[in-house]
Design a protein around this ligand. Structure first.
Ligand code: URA
Length: 482
């Protein structure tokens, strides 16, 4: 019996998802079902622990798409929203996403229809999931559970454990974030939906946990309290908003929460002092490019932001497949307010054009958002940012990557590579081959165009040839991924 006959005969398909957050599995099944013309109301999507038995009469075998099946249409916006929306705890999400995918086949522009209830619901799920991830980034608190045991290899067996209650299936999707942030610690994050364990080298997953599996309190809590008291920003104190951003349900896991009443009480005096100092803090990862743009202008997390300069935001389409990362804005970029418009930018444009990469469809940004310089008479001379400054600024490029979700990141120069990887690499060693990033994208590393500008003669020609070869490899890979 063909797939079409199945449908005509009223076959009901039941798709059992192996994991609640398995987008790739859903996508593969959804594509096949669309190609077999199976309408949304003939499919039940069942996640682990879901009500699968209700559909025991359904067809479990997947229909096989005919050889001449049309390719499935799904634009990038849908795919990027769906990847996130699938992490939502709403059991209807798989069916909703399938319905949208099904409708996209006859109406490829439907994602632009902001009034469409399906589109609105997908956007809402995406937003809720992003919010839950932000909460996790902000409110996970590790507690030290072992400090004396020696692992036998001379290393002190410190192990940090955190308890967190996510609303959605966000644990696995956020593993990379915690791995990067706490790469040198051994830690576990326990949640009622599963657990993650990092031993400093490898990540493993474990079963769901309960609150009492995690420790209650330890000396680390004093550190957190001290830290929180120092970053608490009275100038931004709005109690209603604070409760919204830091709902009380998280307070019980947060040692610093006990400080909040006192800090609020003392806020006014501190606010006056902070306004004097012009200090600003960020607490939550911004979730739009406009919010990042605004926040980097206020950023004084490192001394570069306090020079006489302006933050320069990345530019390009929000759904760009390629993100190009430089080091920091130069003198002209600082004055004009756009990345790569000075001499290095012009050289970059020429090479991009030579290999056929369209800069306008790429997102171009920098590892460090402010121009670091020393004043010499009337001239401002470029200074390389230090590792600490690059690491501090990683917050912004990570935020940009989370929003743009490029398939491929091209880091030009050692600072750019460090801002993506969190460690310094040798360009000659890593150029020419992709480095897999935790979010599924790829990093390609090449030289910075300013390096070419500093060379002359044969050395410059040789480096220009290598630069072109790297760009051409990136272009070929982008075509492969498209
Ligand atoms: N160099 C960079 O790294 N970035 C710019 O935006 C300009 C020059």
């Amino acid at each position: 019996m063909t797939a079409l006959q199945h449908v005509k005969l009223g076959t009901y398909y039941v798709v059992h998802l192996p994991e609640a957050d398995d987008f790739d599995f859903w996508r593969e099944r959804a594509r096949a079902l669309v190609q077999c013309d199976v309408p949304p109301d003939r499919i039940a999507w069942v996640e682990p622990g879901g009500s699968g038995d209700l559909f025991a009469h359904g067809e479990r075998r997947m229909p096989v798409p005919p050889m001449d099946a049309k390719p499935v249409r799904a634009n990038r916006r849908f795919v990027s929203l769906a990847r996130n929306a699938i992490l939502h705890s709403d059991p209807e999400r798989f069916a909703l996403l399938y319905r949208v995918l099904w409708r996209l086949q006859s109406n490829p522009r439907m994602m632009e229809d902001k009034a469409d209830p399906d589109v609105r619901r997908v956007e809402e799920l995406d937003k809720n999931v992003r919010r839950d991830s932000h909460k996790m980034h902000a409110f996970v608190r590790f507690r030290l559970v072992e400090s004396e045991a020696n692992s036998g290899e001379g290393e002190v067996g410190e192990h940090y454990v955190a308890w967190f209650e996510p609303e959605h299936h966000i644990l696995r999707a956020n593993a990379g974030f915690f791995m990067r942030r706490f790469s040198n610690m051994r830690w576990s994050i326990l949640t009622p939906r599963g657990s993650l364990h990092w031993d400093g080298e490898t990540m493993s997953e474990g079963p769901p946990a309960e609150r009492h599996d995690a420790p209650g309190g330890d000396p680390m809590e004093d550190l957190w309290r001290t830290y929180y008291a120092s970053i608490f920003n009275p100038a931004r104190l709005k109690i209603g908003a604070m409760l919204k951003e830091m709902p009380k349900k998280y307070w019980k896991n947060m040692p610093e929460a006990s400080l909040i009443p006192d800090l609020i009480a003392g806020a006014q005096g501190r606010e006056a002092k902070m306004v004097e100092k012009g200090a600003l803090e960020f607490e939550e990862r911004p979730d739009t490019l406009a919010a990042i743009d605004k926040a980097i202008h206020a950023c004084r997390k490192c001394p570069i932001g306090s020079l006489d300069n302006h933050a320069v935001m990345g530019e390009g389409p929000q759904d760009a497949a390629l993100m190009i990362v430089g080091e920091q804005p130069g003198d002209q970029e600082d004055q004009i307010g756009r990345p790569f418009v000075g001499p290095a930018g012009q050289l970059l444009d020429a090479h991009l054009e030579k290999v056929g990469i369209d800069r306008r469809s790429s997102y171009v940004t920098n590892a460090v958002k402010h121009f670091k310089y020393v004043q010499r008479g009337k001239r401002r001379l470029h200074q390389n940012p230090g590792a600490k400054e690059i690491d501090t600024c990683r917050w912004w490029i990570e935020s940009e990557r989370e929003i743009v979700k490029p398939k491929l990141v091209l880091a030009m120069g050692a600072s750019a590579a460090r801002s993506v990887l969190g460690k310094t690499v040798s360009i000659t060693k890593v150029r020419g081959a992709p480095i897999a990033l935790e979010d599924g994208s790829e990093l390609w590393v090449t030289a910075h165009p300013s390096y070419l500008l500093r060379l002359e003669g044969a050395a410059r020609e040789e480096q220009a040839r290598l630069f072109d070869a790297d760009l051409a490899a990136v272009k070929a890979r982008l075509e492969e991924l498209a």
